[in-house]
Design a binder for this molecule. Structure first.
Ligand code: ATP
Length: 237
């Protein structure tokens, strides 16, 4: 049984249909990447899975349960946590306060303290800056904080919406390295990315999204050498 299963998911904004019946799954332990151009529906897919936006039709199963009608906070309590595009951190709060917010649903204080140490060891920069007001940090630091905050809920499935957006190449490398480390520690990851090369290098499996439909799927290594993917998403003629 898959950890996450989307069945014919249709998502609309008024009369605009952004997702035309998506079907795909994520197995426990995997990193799955969803790649696609601007406007392909990557963020909409994340909204559908996290529950930020309801579906027009279709079904979402998570960890053996139908979560289609659950609110975002209810899904989060079940272990589905989104680090949103544009970061979505609380700019007026410090780094530590933001991380505490990520754990607000948890009562296991000792385990929360352990997870805070884990986040600080993954992101030493956040530990150095723990008293800094989040809104004054650099884009890369805010991205680290968004991922760190999501980890504080100890998710079964971590959803990452364009973690490389707006980052310099060296930081992109670093963020993807950390995603790989998070997965190595046992967290399943679904990542949507315009940066196809990095995402495919990391992913066990990947899906290509074009205007609201999946047009191709395969393992990360397969898609990295696929001629149409190379031409359309990796800039190789
Ligand atoms: P990008 O990489 O540019 O963020 P994306 O792949 O994440 O793109 P989405 O943001 O999911 O794409 O958008 C998919 C489609 O839905 C686009 O045509 C977009 O214009 C439309 N859309 C997204 N959000 C809304 C909204 N709030 N209201 C109306 N249309 C929307």
């Amino acid at each position: 049984m898959s950890l996450l299963q989307l069945e014919n998911v249709v998502l609309t904004y008024g009369k605009i249909e952004a997702l035309h019946g998506l079907t795909f799954d994520v197995e426990e332990g995997e990193v799955v990447a969803l790649i696609g151009a601007n406007g392909a529906g990557k963020t909409s897919t994340m909204r559908a899975i996290s529950g930020v936006r309801g579906l027009h039709a279709g079904k979402i199963l998570f960890d053996g349960q139908d979560v289609t009608r659950l609110r975002a906070d209810q899904r989060m309590r079940k272990g589905l946590c989104l680090a949103p595009e544009g970061r979505g951190i609380f700019p007026g709060m410090t780094v530590t306060e933001n991380l505490d917010m990520g754990a607000y649903t948890r009562r296991d204080r000792a385990a929360v303290a352990e997870d805070l140490e884990r986040v600080f060891s993954l992101f030493p920069r956040l530990q150095e800056r723990r008293k800094q007001v989040a809104g004054t940090m650099s884009g890369g630091e805010q991205q680290m904080l968004a991922i760190g905050r999501a980890l504080m809920s100890r998710p079964k499935l971590l959803l990452l919406d364009e973690p490389s957006m707006g980052l310099a190449p060296m930081l992109i490398q670093q963020i993807f390295g950390i995603i790989s480390e998070i997965n190595g520690q046992g967290t399943t990851v679904l990542v949507v990315e315009q940066n196809a090369k990095q995402a495919l290098s990391l992913a066990h499996r990947a899906f290509v999204l074009e205007t609201g439909s999946i047009v191709k799927s395969g393992t990360g290594p397969e898609l990295l050498v696929d001629p149409t993917v190379r031409e359309a998403y990796l800039g190789v003629a």
